[in-house]
Design a protein. Structure first.
Length: 430
């Protein structure tokens, strides 16, 4: 039997209510903050990610799903959403509209890596981007947006880690200090750290080894070398977060794994699951548009994996919303005019009523049991000449076939009883 590829997963019907609740809450929140939805292709020109992620990044070197199409073009399944959104921003002239452009997307990303709990090769992500403004208050807004999302979803066990990694003005002098320290402590580095250092020295702080990370705690910190403009920017970000009431921990070794990040960087760290505890990460990317070939365009945003967020909800004991119940379930006794009722079901559905019936050849008793499984508010038991309308906690009501629709409309209007001149109550077992 063919199974799903390793590193992918199916979201089954019983899991859908919680998935839709999380995604729906995120979309509702984005709209309240003025962010508009955008959808980009599932694959892009490979060069987009080579230019923006950095040739030495783990994404480009190890994790991209790259293929050649029938025309000989090199294409890559998107490993992240920020570069495609900025590409769309430039390609379609969104820079000519009022700035910043506040955009979000919910979609699948693809990275070839060892599957872990909450980490899949095909995974779902919410990405929120504000493009066209260097205002530090925008940094604080997108951070606070995700903090508010966690609050609304009921997640309380997390922390926000915050840092600034400077810009092109202050990094060169810092790199000199860091390179000198790394030369003196080369023995504490492992192969992963040496490889990252060869691409850009700042990346050594993104190593996986806890031993190396502990040693790097004594290395020079970028925060000690920020220029006045970057320091002022970061101070304003912190002041804005304080005004929002968002708590954070300053982590001077926090960096992001992609080349395009500048200044503010952050991670939301959730319940611990080994090394995979991050539930969201983001930062400012003021040079990304230039890397793609556009003009200087500041931007800031984050990506949040839905699978990781669902684990945080699980740890918080958050349960899925109740599945929407069926309004009306039609059960058929022997000899019932099924075609006539199917036409009625179509009419009710057009009016917005949720209806269902049996398609498995169940007995009448089995049909009534199925109505209960579906949580049907009303069960209509249809016979050859009439029907019984059954509602929990009330007596069955018998009605002629011609009056089923009228009686159901009365229920829809909030009627408490379907009795009347042409219907008579019977026992619930009737």
């Amino acid at each position: 039997m063919i199974k799903a590829p390793r590193g992918t997963h199916d979201v089954l019907p019983d899991e859908q209510p919680l998935w839709r609740h999380v995604a729906g809450t995120a979309e509702e929140l984005c709209a309240q903050y003025g962010y508009r939805p955008i959808t980009t292709p599932g694959f892009e020109d490979t060069e987009l990610f080579q230019r923006t992620s950095g040739a030495g990044s783990d994404i480009v070197q190890k994790e991209m799903y790259t293929f050649e199409d029938g025309g000989g073009r090199s294409l890559t399944l998107r490993p992240e959403a920020t570069a495609p959104i900025v590409r769309a921003y430039l390609e379609h002239g969104l820079q000519r509209e009022p700035q910043p452009q506040k955009l979000y997307t919910v979609g699948t990303m693809y990275r070839y890596a060892a599957p872990q709990k909450g980490r899949f090769r095909e995974h779902w992500q919410v990405s929120v981007e504000a493009i066209g403004s260097d205002d530090p208050a925008v940094d604080a807004e997108v951070i606070q947006l995700y903090d508010e999302l966690l609050r609304r979803l009921g997640v309380t066990n997390y922390r926000l880690e915050l840092n600034s990694i400077g810009d092109r003005n202050c990094r060169p002098a810092y790199f000199e200090r860091l390179e000198a320290w790394l030369d003196e402590h080369e023995a504490v580095l492992d192969d992963d750290a040496r490889q990252k250092r060869a691409t850009t020295p700042l990346r050594v702080f993104d190593v996986k080894s806890e031993t190396v990370r502990a040693a790097l705690a004594d290395a020079p910190k970028i925060g000690e070398s920020l220029c006045d403009a970057c320091r002022e920017h970061f101070d304003t970000v912190k002041a804005s977060l304080d005004a929002y009431g968002v708590s954070y921990d300053l982590v001077p070794t926090l960096v992001r794994g992609l080349d395009y990040y500048t200044r503010t960087t952050w991670e939301f760290v959730g319940p611990e699951h080994g090394a995979q505890s991050s539930i969201s990460g983001g930062g400012r990317y003021d040079y990304l548009a230039e890397d793609i070939g556009g003009p200087h365009t500041p931007g800031v945003g984050f990506g949040a994996g839905l699978e990781r967020l669902l684990i945080a909800l699980e740890d918080a004991g958050v349960e899925a919303p109740e599945r929407p119940a069926i309004d009306v379930f039609f059960a058929f006794d022997e000899g019932a005019p099924r075609d006539r009722v199917l036409a009625l079901m179509a009419k009710l559905r057009r009016e917005g009523r949720a209806c269902d019936t049996d398609y498995a050849g169940r007995s009448l008793k089995g049909q009534i049991t199925q109505a209960g499984r579906l949580g049907a508010r009303i069960t209509v038991i249809v016979g050859p000449d009439g029907a019984k309308i059954r509602e929990a906690g009330a007596k069955d009501v018998e009605v002629p076939l011609d009056e089923i629709e009228e009686r159901l409309s009365a229920y829809a209007r909030g009627a408490t009883s379907a009795g009347g001149r042409s219907g008579r109550s019977t026992s619930a077992g009737g």
